[in-house]
Design a protein around this ligand. Sequence first.
Ligand SMILES: [Fe+2]
Ligand SMILES: [Fe+2]
Ligand SMILES: [Fe+2]
Ligand SMILES: [Fe+2]
Length: 440
Amino acid sequence: MSFEPLTEKGIPLEKQIRYWEQIAQKPYNKSEIDCYTRTRQILMNGIEIEAWGFKHLFSRLCPDINDCKVVSNIRRIEDTQQTTINWLAPSDQTVLDTTLGYEQVAVDLTAWLAQNEPDEYVRETFNFGLLEDFDHLYRYSQWINMLEGKCPNSILQEQTDVFLGRPTQHHHNENYLRIRNPYDKNETKPQTKVNILTLLSAEQQTHNYYAEHGFNYANKILRETYAEIKDVEEEHVTMYESLIDPTESIYEKLLLHEFTEVCNYYTCYEDEVDDRIKGIWEMFLDFEIEHLKIASELFKKYENRDPEEVIGHKVIIPCRFKSQKYHVEHTLRNEIDKRLGDECTFSYAQKSDLPSDWASYRVQEKFAKFGSPTEETIALTQYFCGRNIVFASDKLKEDELKLLEKGLQSEAAAGNTVTPDCLEAMIESFEEMQERKEQD
Ligand SMILES: [Fe+2]
Ligand SMILES: [Fe+2]
Ligand SMILES: [Fe+2]
Ligand SMILES: [Fe+2]
C-alpha cells in the first residue's frame, strides 16, 4: 500500500464549500444500486455524523478560542459531507429497507473488522457484537416480508444470510457490564484505533436511525421491536466506545477522527462500482486529507510529537465490504451461547457458566415481564408467511433448531419465547400445508 495520507495534496478548506445542488445531489435508484454501495453510503453517513458530533464536543472542551475557530470551519464541511452522503438515499426507500441496509453494514463490517483486527481482545469483542446484529437482521427481515411483502434479498442481494443469531431478548444487560477494557494508546496499533472508531460510528448512527424512525410505523409490535433493538444499539455504542483509551487528549482524538475519515474514503474510493458515487468518495478523500493536515498541525503544537507516532504513515483499510457468510456461520456455531462475563475482568462467559446472581438477569427479567417483541415477531410469521423466513446454506438451515436451543437461555426468558419445540411445530405444519397444496 503506497498511499501516505500525510504527504498527499488535499483541497484547501475554503474550496470545500459547495453550491446547494452539489450538497443535495440526486439520489441513487434503489432497485439498481449494488447492496455494498448502499452499505458504504450508510457507513460514511455514520462516519460524518461522528466527525461532526466529535467536533462539537471538541469545542465544548477546548479552552483555546483560535483552535475552536479552526475546528468550527472543518465542522461545517463535515456537516455538508453528511448531507451529500445521507441524501443519496432515495425517498422511496422505506424505513425497513434502510433498516436492513443498516444491519447489513453491522454484520459485514463487523465480520471484516474481526478478521483484520490485530488485538485479540478487541477481535473477541467484535465477534461478540456481530452475532447480535446478525440476529437483528433476522428479526427485521421478517417484518419487511410481513408488512411490505418484500423479500429481504431485495436489499441484501443474497450477500448476507438471514438466520437467527444470539436471540435479541438476551442482548439486554446491565449497561455497565458492556464496558470493556480500553486499549493503551501508547501500545496499540493504528489499525485497532481506526477499526474501533469506524465501527463505533456505524453503531452510533444505527442507534440514531432507530431513534428517529422507529415511530414511522403504526404497527404496535414493530414499534416495540424497534424500541427493543434500539436499546441493544445503545449497549453496542457503550461497548465499542469503552475500548478507546480515555487518556487520549482531544487533539489526539481529533487526529484519529480525521485519519479514520481518510482511511474510510480511501477504501470506499477503491471499492466503489458506481461511477458517480466513486467521484464523491474521491472528492471527499481530498477534503479529508486537508482536515488531517490541520489536525496534525494542532496535534504537533499541543503534544510536541510527530503524528506518525499515533497514525503511522500509511493508509489503513477498515471497511472492505464483501460477503462474510463463512465467518458469520463459523462464529455463530461457536459463540451463540457466549455472554458478557465478570465486571471486574471485562471478560466473556459461556451461558452455562453464568452465576445465578449474574447482573444482567435482573434487567432481562424486567424487560421480559410482558413478553419480548422480537420473539413475538417470529410467532407472527406463522400467520403471515406460514413460518419464519430464513436464507442460509442448507447445512445451516438443518441446524436451525439445534442452534436455537444452544442460543436460548432458560433463565430470564420472556413468556412468549419461540422455543425450539414451537419452531419445530411451526415448520412441520408449514411443510404439511405445502404438501397438501401440491396434492390439490
Ligand atoms: Fe468528513
Ligand atoms: Fe443491530
Ligand atoms: Fe449493533
Ligand atoms: Fe474530516
